[in-house]
Design a protein around this ligand. Sequence first.
Ligand code: CUA
Length: 267
Amino acid sequence: MRLSRALSWLCVLTLGVVVFSTPAAAQSVNRAAIDELNEQLLYVALPLTLFVELMLVYAIYRFHNNDDPKPTIDDPALEVTWTAATGAILVFVGVSGFFVLANPYISPAAAGATDSGEMANDMEVDVLTYQWGYEFSYPNSNVTTSETLYLPNNTDVTFRLRSSDVIHSFYIPDFGVKQDIFPGQETVARTQPTETGTYRLYCAELCGSGHARMQADVVVLNQSEYDSWLDEQRGSGANNTTTPDGVNNTTTPDGANATAASVARPA
Ligand code: CUA
């Protein structure tokens, strides 16, 4: 009786895990690949968890009143089976993880996307990072922004990442994008947003006292909205919002001052 109750609880729990772990629609190509891997691994892990828990519950129930326990007998066939099964599962996990890592959006350099010319048609955004902020430069224009990164939807984007001082890290969780940025060296990140909206960009590398506020918005617009936004920026000439080595940057690292400086910047 108790066993069947435990089993039904286990089933409810499993179902709950499946329902709540179903990911919402992905916001980028990278995110979709990562979510799919997560789901794949979950479908392998769930039956295994269920199996192990069932064996555990069974053993507890079946042997809890055993006053005369006997040592287990060798069973080479069983041992070979579970070793091979574990090996096969680990190979599956490794191989599926490798394919996501080798995705030309997730590791563009390692996947050879840089050399094969796959990225030649990408829209390129230059990202210059500094303590503590960003300067985004848009292609074929003199437009730069600092508080917000604007991207067109459904377009391949290559970020060319540079740092003018220390190591930073370019992290957009919703897009599944994360890449370290080193002074004196250009690194590359790549994505294709698949849903319009506003997302958060964080610096994910401790880079000084202003690290926690080194954040920006990422706004994904439809292509036409993006084009008119860019035209507007070009026309207004109000593009040079900040220079990374300018006055804003030389404010004291003290929180209040720096926040005031960033608020004072034109949007
Ligand atoms: Cu830049 Cu943390």
